[in-house]
Structure formats: structure tokens, C-alpha cells
Design a protein around this ligand. Sequence first.
Ligand SMILES: Nc1ncnc2c1ncn2[C@@H]1O[C@H](COP(=O)(O)OP(=O)(O)OP(=O)(O)O)[C@@H](O)[C@H]1O
Ligand SMILES: [Mg+2]
Length: 374
Amino acid sequence: MTAASHNSRIKFMIPESITKLFRAKPKSRICLGLDIGSRIVKIVELTEDGDVLRLSKVGAAEIIGKNKDNIVTAIKKASAEANIIPKAPLVNGIPKTFGAKVAVGVSGQSVIVRYIRLPKMAEEDLRASLKYEAAKHIPFDMNEVEFDFQILDNTASDTNMMEVLLVAVKKDLIGQRLELLKACDLEPAVIDVDSFAVTNAFEHSIGSVFKKKNNVISLVNIGERRTNISILDNGISRLTRDVNIAGGDYSRAISEDLGIDAKKAEETKKEKKMSKETIDAIKHITGNLANEIRMSFDYYETQVPDKNVSTIYLSGGGSQISLIGDIMCEEIGVETHTWNATDNLKISGDAAEKTEKLYPVLPVAIGLALRGIK
Ligand SMILES: Nc1ncnc2c1ncn2[C@@H]1O[C@H](COP(=O)(O)OP(=O)(O)OP(=O)(O)O)[C@@H](O)[C@H]1O
Ligand SMILES: [Mg+2]
């Protein structure tokens, strides 16, 4: 299956918080969010019951190995754990989980997010000239990417300029995602960017933070291979960046410094009370990550001089590393909190127990499913 054959059906969706959405929303009342991480596959099912949004199913599985089959195995394992049956059995000729679609995420170097300033113009005019505009900002051949945009802030009357969020994703990466879904009998509905999914989940969980006047916050989602950093000003996305420092670097440093194998290093990293030698082995990684985050803040703050990031909200598997929030707070000089993406969801009995352990790694999957259901 090539990506091109799906181009007309798959569209990026930019989070609700950022948008008055510019595309028709999928109408499904059940949506699956599938987060194919570098280490852990997470899948959730959200069900809309009247006004209530329910986290009805949750599953996760580690990817053992590096090739496509290993990822397919993990997706199937996570789906089975969640009790999600990809090809739903027909009941009177109608699939039992009618309307269930999968929203899937992308992140990393094949995803480019840019914030550009352009003279104010109508959305349709912008759409017409977008390829030309985008080519100036996207470091790839425009034929190799799918791209989309959102006008961010067109309200200031004292300027003739408007700010536009531009998203481009390499077709290769989209093609890989679609092939994985096909191999697992899952049907794609939406492709979203991981950090936008985190934003969506955050908004649904503790969106009141966005409403505080002049509140600039940062969402930092620390995974295995990369950390997604976003800056949001009153819920409007102002910076999105992925950096390649994350949980895997901690395990490797522990393994090298302490002379232990990868499995033992992984366990050591998860200890709540670390030994001094473990702390010493990983100190520089938190330092490097804090530097990248500080640089992102500096970049934003020099562009908007009267604004400062007030709080960092941490998520992702790596956010559970002992004392990481305290150390970052010290290094960056900004308070840090963790948050729970399931907070504003009703959780079905089945999912409750799993969610208690898994919630730090669920923001992307939940944000993706929200995108599909809204
Ligand atoms: N209790 C814990 N303490 C410390 N680290 C943990 C814990 N649980 C998981 N991790 C680490 O979190 C990382 C996985 O997190 P997550 O699932 O967010 O990443 P991913 O989505 O698979 O990767 P990526 O987003 O980089 O592609 C791994 O490095 C794992 O070792
Ligand atoms: Mg991830």
C-alpha cells in the first residue's frame, strides 16, 4: 500500500485548542487512539455516551525488536490486551463496533511544524498559495510531504499580518503508519502529530489552565527516543519541537556507567529511590534535556518579550524517572507538575486498573482518540 493511494482520505488534524477546525469532523461515537511509540504501543478506545466521554478500553505492549513485524506484534498484543478486535464480527450484517476508527500519531524528524507570519488573507486564498509558501519553510522536497495549515491568530486588528501553523509530514512516514494499520486490520481515520495529541489530551483533562489569563505553559512529553516540547499561550500553540533526548538515553547511560546489561539498566532506571551512582550516571542527561527545553523557552520569549513560560507539565514514560521534575525545575527555573490524561474521563471497570499504572504514557493515545471522536 502506498501513502499516495490514501492521500485524499487521510488528513492531518490540528488540535481543537488551536483551531476553529477547518475540516469536517469524523462522526464516529467510538474512536481508537493508537500511539506507536519507539518502545511501547498504547491503544485506547473512547466511547461517547451522551455528554459523557468514557475511556472504555486500554492496552499497551512493549515492542521487542526493531523491525516491522515486531511492531505489528506489539500492536496486536496491545489490542488484545485492551480486548479490541480489529475486524469486528458482523451482527445482522453490521459490524458490532460500527464507527470505530483509528487515529494514529506521527512525530520526530519527518514531521515539520512551523509558525509563519503572512499578510492577512482569506483561508481559501491561503490554501491556494500554500504549496508555494510552505516550500520556503519546509526543508524537504514538497512532493515528498503531506502538508496542512491552520490560521492561528487572525484577530489582532492593529496589524496586517496573521500567524499560520504549518505542518508537513513525510509521505514515507505516513506510508509506514498505514502499512502497520493494514497489517493489523485497523482502519485509519485521522493522522495527527504526537505533540498536538498531547495538547488535546491536556485540554480535555485540565483545560482550565488554558483559561487563566496570560498563562503561558509548556507540555513536555518524555518518551523512549524523543521528547515532545510544546509552548501554549492561553491554549494557543506557539512552539512545537521534538528533541532526541529521552528515556532510552537514561537506560544506556546507566548500562554504560554501572556496567550492567540493558534489562537491568531499565529496571534500575525505574527505581523510586536511586543509588548515588545511578544519579551520577544520569545527571548529565537531565541537564542536556533541560538545556533543550530552556533553549525552546528562550526562543519563544525573545519573540514575545513580555511573556514567560510559567509552568511545565510533564508526561510520557520518562516523566516517571525519579526526581526528574525537581531537577528540571532547578535547572530551568520553572515549576514542574505531572498530570493525568484520564482525569476528565469516565473510566470503565475493565480499563480502570490498567489506567492506574499506565496513565503517564497515555496522553498521546487519548489525544488521538479525542481527535477522532470530536
Ligand atoms: N516507571 C518508570 N520509571 C522510569 N522510566 C519509565 C518508567 N516506565 C517507563 N519508563 C520509560 O519510559 C519510556 C517509554 O515511554 P513512552 O511510552 O512515553 O515512550 P514511547 O512513546 O514508546 O517512545 P517515543 O515517544 O520516544 O517514540 C521508556 O524509556 C521507558 O523505559
Ligand atoms: Mg511517545
